[in-house]
Design a protein. Structure first.
Length: 335
């Protein structure tokens, strides 16, 4: 009898421990860094949709500012950053890779740029709209002195106008320095709108009216995805010139964005790591997607569905492994 009690005790203990501990803890959701710009929020939801419906994972989008997002990625509070711009975070990026807390999984998209733009109809015209080219030989910033009257400032008619970014933007001061460095301040004055929205409004209004406009902008953005614009050429990027002393007299550094993730997360999720390594989009796809979002209330969840329906060959190429067809079928069903 005593021996039977000894044998039974471990079984009873296991039952008791299960009762007090409850069911097994649910797996934590995969956390994306939901930073403040539209393109990364869209990529988060594209990957999140695939993780949810193809791989059966739970996901969460944590809205954070850039610094907190980078620190959280290192600590493991955040698992994935779908759009890291190392060009603008070089110190952090170098240190994080040296410590091996984050891993570079490859390029999301490349070719992102900034600079001075004009509507393409200024150079080539637009026969469908009855617009003739007003600056047919305009190719670079060095051609601008010839055409200052085309871009005449309505409030200061002795000069052309460069529509600058708002005061407070880093680009605002760089553009003013560029004007002086290129000697263009003799022909143009920089005009600063009150906000990014005001900048967009001025550009779109001029475009719809078919008027010439010279302006600072960047990509990928919905505006450059929708309207045909041409960036004016500058000398190739030179880090020696890209200083206040060098007057920034070269083109803006073209940026490449990367998918990065916390190293421990990747070790624990090899199939998801393989997917993220294959994740890649084009600048054109980003421009078109951002334009679609602008027309549809910037609903990122709907934008992800639009992207997946619009570019099936792209996202299917991201999925590998023996269960590839099964995962694709699940995603297609969810769409």
């Amino acid at each position: 009898m005593f021996l039977k009690r000894i044998v039974r005790f471990p079984a009873l203990l296991i039952v008791f421990l299960l009762l007090i501990s409850g069911p097994a803890a649910a797996k934590d959701p995969i956390v994306f860094a939901d930073l403040s710009w539209e393109s990364i929020q869209l990529h988060n939801r594209i990957a999140g949709f695939i993780f949810t419906h193809g791989y059966g994972e739970k996901v969460d989008y944590l809205f954070v500012d850039l610094t907190a997002g980078l620190m959280g990625l290192e600590r493991g509070d955040i698992d994935i950053n779908m759009e890291l711009w190392p060009t603008f975070n070089l110190d952090w990026w170098d240190k994080a890779r040296e410590k091996k807390t984050v891993v570079d999984l490859g390029i999301n998209f490349e070719g992102a740029s900034q600079g001075w733009y004009v509507p393409t109809y200024v150079i080539k015209g637009d026969p469908e709209r009855g617009i003739k080219p007003s600056a047919p030989d305009l190719k670079s910033v060095f051609d601008l002195p010839r055409y200052w009257e085309i871009f005449r400032d309505a409030e200061n008619k002795k000069f052309g106008r460069l529509l600058n970014g708002p005061t407070g933007w880093v680009a605002h001061d760089i553009n003013i320095t560029k004007l002086e460095g290129y000697g263009l301040d003799k022909f143009y004055k920089a005009f600063s709108p009150g906000s990014g929205t005001a900048l967009d409004t001025a550009i779109v209004t001029a475009y719809k009216q078919g008027r010439p406009i010279l302006f600072y902008y960047w990509e990928p953005t919905w505006l450059l995805g929708r309207y045909d614009m041409t960036r004016l050429e500058e000398p190739p990027f030179d880090e020696k010139l890209w200083t206040p002393e060098g007057k920034f007299l070269c083109t803006w550094l073209t940026a490449t964005t990367y998918v990065v993730a916390n190293s421990k997360f990747l070790d624990a999720n090899p199939s998801l790591a393989a997917f993220l390594k294959n994740y890649s989009t084009s600048l054109e796809q980003n421009q078109k997607a951002l334009s679609w979002l602008e027309d549809n209330g910037n609903d990122m969840a709907k934008g992800a569905v639009w992207f997946l329906k619009e570019y099936p060959d792209t996202w299917k190429g991201w999925i590998t492994g023996p269960d590839r067809q099964e995962i694709i079928a699940k995603i297609e069903k969810a769409l």
